[in-house]
Design a protein around this ligand. Structure first.
Ligand SMILES: C[S@@+](CC[C@H](N)C(=O)[O-])C[C@H]1O[C@@H](n2cnc3c(N)ncnc32)[C@H](O)[C@@H]1O
Length: 197
């Protein structure tokens, strides 16, 4: 089954100390605190950026792409580590996604706009969504997808991983699961893996 996937880089945490029990406990308390702080800082900054994104949308356009049909392009320079766009669509359950995937295949819709949020939830941008549905995959992408929680609701947000120039195509790595039947990748990157899956 082909779903677009999240690609959050994991935060590095300090390694375990090998001293006495009390210092071990102190070390583990310290690490728990660090984890809690890291999580709260990252949530706060995600929330802040998400609110900024609502008021100051990035200037982007869809246009013909060298990778595949339509793609998304920057109309202004985008710095590294910026929220570029939210992946918007209908929020559906796995059973509905399975039925829709089959229906879309029967209707000859070759492109996949289903993005997995978690085990049970999928965002379907096939018929309803925003410009994010035009973002193509690259094996050497300039963005990545991350799932954040805003007021207890999970959102998929596309972040820049490096500066993006005007007219550059916005891409991320779909991280499709490996399958026997391959979908050839046309990203054109030197490090192209040859297939999406
Ligand atoms: C979310 S859509 C991307 C927008 C699409 N180009 C369009 O015109 O609607 C995802 C689909 O685009 C195609 N695609 C995206 N990146 C590709 C790539 N690097 N190589 C080949 N096909 C790609 C695949 O068919 C994939 O299922």
């Amino acid at each position: 089954m082909k779903y677009l996937n999240e690609t959050t880089p994991a935060a590095e945490l300090p390694s375990t100390s090998s001293q006495g029990t009390s210092s071990l406990r102190a070390g583990s308390d310290f690490r728990s605190e660090q984890r809690r702080l890291l999580a709260s800082f990252s949530c706060d900054s995600d929330l802040l950026k998400f609110n900024q994104l609502k008021f100051r949308k990035k200037r982007i356009r869809f246009s013909r792409s060298h990778i595949h049909e339509w793609g998304l392009f920057a109309m202004e320079p985008i710095a590294a580590d910026e929220m570029v766009i939210e992946y918007v669509g209908q929020i559906i359950r796995q059973v509905v996604a399975d039925m829709r995937e089959q229906r879309y295949e029967e209707q000859g819709i070759g492109s996949s706009y289903l993005f997995r949020v978690d085990q049970e939830t999928i965002i379907d941008a096939t018929k309803w969504g925003n410009l994010s549905r035009f973002i193509n995959h690259s094996c050497s992408p300039n963005c990545y997808a991350k799932i954040i929680s805003v007021e207890s609701q999970k959102k998929i947000v596309i972040y820049s991983r490096q500066p993006i120039s005007i007219n550059e195509e916005v891409t991320y790595d779909y991280k499709f699961p490996i399958e026997e039947t391959k979908i050839p990748c046309l990203c054109g990157a030197e490090s192209c893996r040859g297939s999406l899956n």
